[in-house]
Design a protein. Structure first.
Length: 120
């Protein structure tokens, strides 16, 4: 992968990391600012349901944040865009679709096929 393309992926990953951290900060601020004394049980249930949904989203983003950090480390180590299973380059279209990926499309397909066959 050329340096310009690698730098573009690095910037994309850094921007996504900043977006996630910003959203997490907003969520924390909103949850602590909301009025806790809501007398109507239906309103409380609605608020709690919204909070639960927001926390599930943040948990998924937390996991993605970890993958972003690992991808940025691979950029620094010169291993970004290399499949961890077969050692071949990961296609640009795959990296554009999923910049945190560690597997080329062939290895990912094989992994999913294996998981499906074990799950049946």
């Amino acid at each position: 992968m050329d340096k310009v393309t690698l730098e573009a992926f690095k910037e994309q990953l850094q921007q996504k990391r900043e977006d996630i951290l910003s959203e997490a900060g907003k969520t924390l601020s909103e949850m602590t600012d909301q009025n806790q004394n809501v007398p109507d049980p239906n309103d409380r249930a609605t608020i709690e349901s919204g909070r639960s949904f927001e926390l599930r989203i943040r948990d998924r983003e937390r996991k993605l944040l970890s993958k972003i950090e690992e991808a940025l480390q691979r950029v620094e180590d010169g291993e970004y865009g290399i499949c961890e299973d077969c050692g071949d380059e990961i296609g640009l279209k795959r990296l554009e679709a999923r910049p945190v990926t560690t597997l080329c499309i062939d290895c990912k397909t094989a992994q999913e096929t294996k998981e499906r066959s074990q799950g049946s």
